[in-house]
Structures are given as structure tokens and as C-alpha cells.
Design a binder for this molecule. Structure first.
Ligand code: CIR
Length: 275
């Protein structure tokens, strides 16, 4: 079984990225590239085969590949990003996924960013955000119904994407203690929607710390969020950190820079590990 992590290098135009909630501040390109390389190295060390999409120097947000697609066990869904500047990003992602999964597409007037799609067993939560609209959710619901997934629309306020506010911490049910668990910032998404999940709140001084990346049984946190990482560790989760400060200035977190999935038929790890 191989686990593939699709990434894309930081473009030199990253300084012209989309920004919604942050003031523009200079991004140190060299440092961003170095931090991204550390991120890819962490994925490799955890057993992923990292495959980079072709560079896209004219697409300032192209490093944030998560927003271009969501991969399930038996299909991949190509997004239609809410920001028009980001729509050309999906072409390379679709070409890269086509050998591995049948493709479905979110189409106009629907919009959806992968960062708004939180996959849990049998249930997919989708943020209604500045990037994802009701029509996108309607299309996703229709695409996923034959695959046994319920789609739940979740209002998101105060942050860019649903997964800025909440991400999952375990692959699924089963195993020793395993209740599905999430890490959440309750200021940005209603915790009541995740009733029945084990819920861990971010440290209030680290509002963006709910964006963590699950790879196997390992949780990758941004180095800039040590308090939330310590909370997760105290609850028994195995964590590690990567430096992510430069791309955070572009409103990107650790889930944003990869699309991770198994490339064999029957999977030991569920698809959409970090999605
Ligand atoms: C944007 O605004 O689209 C980018 N500057 C950041 C995208 C981050 N992606 C993500 O959270 N999935």
C-alpha cells in the first residue's frame, strides 16, 4: 500500500496571494520555501510518497493544493474554488488524480474550496464560508449520496475555511479507545454540530491552531501553536510540529499544503487523511 501526498512548490508570487482575514505583510519567499520543504520532509518521514504538481509561478496561491480537490476511497472531487484567481489551479490537480480515481466536479454556479470539506466516517461536514456556497454543497451532496456519505452544511464565521476552525484527530471508529475526535476553535464554528465526537478546544491564545494534519496516527501541528499541541499531547495524541509561520501570513495552515490518499484499492488508511 502506498500513500501519496500531492504538493506544489511555493510560487515566487506568493506575496500576491488572496487574503481575507489578515492584513498583508511581507512573506519571506526563501523562508517559505524552506518551511515547505520541511513540511514535505515530515510527510516523507511518515511514509508518504510526495509528488509535486508542476510549478505554477503565475498562480500565487497554488501551494495550497488542498483547496483544489477532495479524495475519497472510490472517487476524487475536483473543486471550483470560490476565489476566481484560484480556479486555474485545479487543472493540474485533476490531471494528477485522474490515474488514481474517477473524477467528479463541482460546477458553476457552485463554488467550494477543499479547505471547507471535513471528511469523517459516513459524514462530510462542509463549511458555508466566503469560498463555498449552497449550490456547491447541493452538488457535493448529490455526488456523495451513492457513496454512502451524508453531507452536513456548517456555517463558518471569523475564519477562512471550516478546517481553519475544526479538524479531525483520528481516522475512525474501532481500535482501543477510538471515538472520533476533533480539535476545534468554538469561536469560529458551533461545537454542538460535533456532538458525539470527542472534542478538544484550542488554547484561546492560538485561534488558528485547530488546523492540524492527521497522517496515519500522527498529528502534525504548526510549530507556532505549542500550547494547543501540548493540550493534544496531554490527551494522548502523538504529535509533531513543522514550522509554518511564513505561509500562515498567506492564511494557509498545515492541512492546506497537501492532498493525501492511498493509491491501492483496499486501504489500510482511509482516503482524505488530511482533508
Ligand atoms: C486563500 O485565501 O485562498 C489562500 N491565501 C489561503 C488558502 C488556505 N487554504 C486552506 O486553508 N485550505
Amino acid at each position: 500500500m502506498a500513500v501519496l501526498a500531492i504538493t506544489r512548490t511555493v510560487p515566487p508570487t506568493i506575496g500576491r496571494c488572496e487574503l481575507t482575514h489578515l492584513e498583508r505583510q511581507p512573506i519571506d519567499y526563501t523562508r517559505a520555501v524552506a518551511q515547505h520543504a520541511q513540511y514535505e520532509a515530515a510527510l516523507t518521514a511518515l511514509g508518504c510518497r510526495v509528488e509535486r504538481l508542476p510549478e505554477a509561478p503565475d498562480l500565487p496561491d497554488s501551494v495550497f493544493v488542498e483547496d483544489a480537490a477532495v479524495v475519497f476511497d472510490d472517487l476524487a472531487i475536483i473543486m471550483r474554488p470560490g476565489a476566481a484567481s484560484r480556479r486555474p489551479e485545479v487543472t493540474a490537480m485533476a490531471a494528477s488524480l485522474a490515474p488514481h480515481r474517477p473524477l467528479a466536479f463541482i460546477e458553476a454556479p457552485g463554488t467550494m474550496d477543499g479547505g471547507d470539506v471535513l471528511v469523517t466516517p459516513g459524514k462530510v461536514f462542509v463549511g458555508i464560508s466566503g469560498r463555498t456556497n449552497e449550490e456547491g454543497v447541493r452538488q457535493l451532496t448529490a455526488i456523495l449520496a451513492p457513496h454512502g456519505f451524508e453531507v452536513v452544511a456548517v456555517p463558518v464565521t471569523g475564519c477562512l475555511h471550516l478546517k481553519s476552525a475544526v479538524t479531525r484527530l483520528r481516522q475512525g471508529f474501532g481500535g482501543a479507545s477510538a471515538r472520533m475526535a476533533v480539535v476545534i476553535n468554538p469561536a469560529w464554528v458551533d461545537p454542538a454540530l460535533f456532538d458525539g465526537f470527542e472534542m478538544i478546544e484550542v488554547d484561546p491564545s492560538e485561534p488558528a491552531a485547530a488546523n492540524v494534519l492527521l497522517v496515519g496516527d500522527r498529528i502534525i501541528c504548526a510549530e507556532e501553536h505549542p500550547k494547543t499541541r501540548a493540550i493534544l499531547a496531554a490527551r494522548g495524541f502523538v504529535t509533531q510540529s513543522v514550522p509554518a509561520g511564513e505561509l500562515a501570513k498567506a492564511e494557509g495552515g498545515v492541512t492546506c499544503c497537501s492532498v493525501i490518499f492511498s493509491v491501492t484499492g483496499q486501504q489500510a488508511l482511509p482516503a482524505a487523511l488530511g482533508s
